[in-house]
Every structure is written in structure tokens, then in C-alpha cells.
Design a protein around this ligand. Structure first.
Ligand SMILES: [Fe+2]
Length: 167
């Protein structure tokens, strides 16, 4: 049984994960406008991952006997200065999400809510990977120009998403 506080905080995370998908679709549209179709595709796949994250929280709350409540999403930024700006802002957003996961983990640990701690462990690892991949592409975008950027766009166009099987 989840506490009221933990239920509210986990519900808020459903919203943040859906907002992440919303934000990354706005970034995808910006990349399409730049004719950077590989980057646009990469962000669409990222948005799918975020929806998957949202649904994991959604299902977890219900599995624990809690009540899911859906909340309004803010409008994300649709305009950016450059591809580097897109990755600066997306990395910054992922750092915010990591801080949220740590916040949830701190509450779960204080409450000794072990099922939630176990559930959140997957997200701690996932956020480390997210920050790494966003940071890596940011460095490449800052360093590359012309031909190299074109090749990176091609490489990003191959990204796929298969929902992982989680026990
Ligand atoms: Fe996420």
C-alpha cells in the first residue's frame, strides 16, 4: 500500500514522463524543419521511450492499489537556436528527470517502501544511460560540422525502440 505522499509523487512522475515525450516531439519537429531527418527520427523514438516510462509508472501505481490521476501538460518550447541548443536543453531536461527519480527514491527509502525502491532502481540505471547518450550526442553536435554532421544524422536515423522485457 502506497502512502498518500508517494502516490502523489508517483502520479506527478507520470506527468513528467509524458511531458518528456511532448518536449521531444517538439524537438523532433524542429529537427524536421532543419531537414535533419535522422535527428527528427531519433527524438520520435525517444518520445516513444518516454511514453513507455510513463506507462510503467501508471501501471505500477495501479498494481500497488493506488489511483492514477492524469494531469495537464505544459506547452514545451517549439523554437530553438540550433541543434546544439536542442541537445543542451534536452540534456538539462534529463538531469531534471534524474533529480526527480532521486527525489522519489529518497521518499521510498524514508518510508522503507521496498517494492517502490525495487521499481525505481530500474529508472536510476535508465537515467544514467539517458544522460550519457544525450551528453554524447551534444558533444558530437558541438564538434562536428558539414559532412560529419550529415553522417551523424544518417546514424541517428537507424535508432529503434523495442520495449524491454522487465520482470
Ligand atoms: Fe523518461
Amino acid at each position: 500500500m502506497l502512502s498518500k505522499n508517494l502516490t502523489e509523487e508517483l502520479n506527478l512522475q507520470v506527468k513528467y514522463e509524458l511531458y518528456s515525450a511532448h518536449l521531444y516531439l517538439a524537438m523532433s519537429a524542429y529537427c524536421t524543419d532543419l531537414q535533419m531527418d535522422g535527428f527528427a527520427h531519433w527524438f520520435k523514438i525517444q518520445a516513444e521511450e518516454e511514453k513507455f516510462h510513463a506507462m510503467r509508472f501508471f501501471d505500477f501505481i495501479a498494481d500497488m492499489g493506488g489511483r492514477v490521476t492524469m494531469m495537464a501538460l505544459e506547452e514545451p518550447a517549439n523554437e530553438y537556436d540550433s541543434l546544439a541548443d536542442v541537445f543542451e536543453k534536452s540534456l538539462h531536461h534529463e538531469q531534471f528527470v534524474s533529480a526527480r527519480i532521486y527525489h522519489l527514491m529518497n521518499i521510498a527509502q524514508t518510508e522503507k517502501e521496498h517494492a517502490t525502491i525495487s521499481f525505481l532502481n530500474w529508472f536510476v540505471d535508465e537515467q544514467r544511460e539517458e544522460e550519457k547518450s544525450f551528453g554524447h550526442i551534444l558533444q558530437q553536435v558541438k564538434r562536428f560540422g558539414g559532412e560529419a554532421l550529415y553522417h551523424l544524422d544518417k546514424e541517428l536515423s537507424t535508432r529503434t525502440f523495442t520495449p524491454p522485457v522487465i520482470n
